[in-house]
Design a protein around this ligand. Structure first.
Ligand SMILES: [Zn+2]
Length: 302
């Protein structure tokens, strides 16, 4: 198990360390050489580099040890300039370790909050099953052909259903005046689109619903819930990185999943499904579903 990297938040944290020196001479001015990197730091005010020959002010750098067991704080560029590859290698080791610890902390915080997360996951699972079942039922009722038409409209963001009606005399008059069409061109009486209905919740149909709920939230959350703190601390670097990244995205993923669930509920409302008759579905094929949705809506209110 790797050792925890010390957390240094203020310059006082450095001063409080018994071996710390604000400035030290190094080789070739003295026999003193670089030892190892202890920890990174980043302050709000600049401090002077601890290499006596440098003293360049900097905001962020590394606490290092020396060959004679002392400590000082140096800028990152100075480390490379004065100590070369041995510093760079140490810096990478500590940077990796700091990142690893930050990821462990992030994943553990999700594990600590798991009971609340599982309540959320269970609610999403219920919604998923409910909406999945309704989607299958609708597909069965209207047929795959019309369902594809509906899906295509959703993908294109065409939420309004329109129909073509003949123009009035006045409308046709100005149409002929402003286009290259003529009343006598034999192409027929001009038409115009009029709004018929807006279908709510179409985002539900265009979203990758299963991916959003099951693949990216429910399944990984259940997997994570089975892990112990030790499992997390001993995770392979790549798994830890991936898990921490996923944890960081959970709030946004939940938000998106909930928005799609809401769209799904908006879509599967009785009066919304009724509008599908305007796309050519006979009302009779929709009636059983509409009736069930209505019952559901009534019992939800009651
Ligand atoms: Zn320096």
């Amino acid at each position: 198990m790797n050792q925890l990297v010390d957390v240094i938040e203020t310059y006082d944290d450095l001063l409080a360390r018994p071996s710390f020196h604000a400035s030290l001479p190094f080789h070739p001015k003295s026999d003193r050489r670089f030892g190892s990197v202890v920890a990174p730091y980043r302050f709000l005010d600049k401090i002077h580099c601890g290499i006596e020959a440098c003293h360049t002010p900097h905001f962020s750098g590394y606490l290092i040890t020396t060959s004679d067991g002392r400590e000082t704080a140096i800028g990152s560029h100075c480390g490379r300039k004065y100590f070369g590859a041995s510093f760079e290698k140490e810096k990478r080791r500590i940077d990796d370790e700091v990142r690893r610890q930050r990821r462990i902390k992030q994943v553990r915080s999700m594990l600590d909050d798991m009971s609340a997360q599982l309540v959320l996951v269970e609610a999403l699972e219920r919604d998923y099953r409910d909406l999945r079942e309704k989607k299958d039922r609708l597909m069965g009722a209207i047929g795959i052909g019309l369902f594809s038409v509906l899906k295509l409209r959703a993908d294109r963001g065409q939420i309004d259903i329109e129909k073509e009606v003949p123009m009035t005399n006045e409308e046709a008059e100005s149409f002929f005046e402003t286009s290259n069409r003529k009343r006598t061109d034999g192409k027929g009486w001009p038409t115009k689109s009029v709004f018929v209905a807006r279908i709510d919740g179409m985002e539900f149909l265009s979203a990758r619903f299963k991916d959003m709920l099951v693949t990216s939230l429910i399944t990984p959350m259940r997997e994570l819930s089975k892990l112990t703190t030790v499992d997390i601390e001993t995770m392979k670097p790549r798994d830890l990185t991936r898990t921490a990244k996923w944890v960081g995205e959970v709030p946004r993923s939940v938000e998106r999943a909930q928005a799609i669930v809401k769209a799904g509920h908006d879509f599967f409302r009785s009066e919304n499904i009724e509008k599908l008759v305007h796309l050519g579905t006979p009302l009779s094929t929709l009636t059983p579903m509409i009736n069930d949705l209505r019952d559901e809506e009534r019992s939800a209110v009651a």
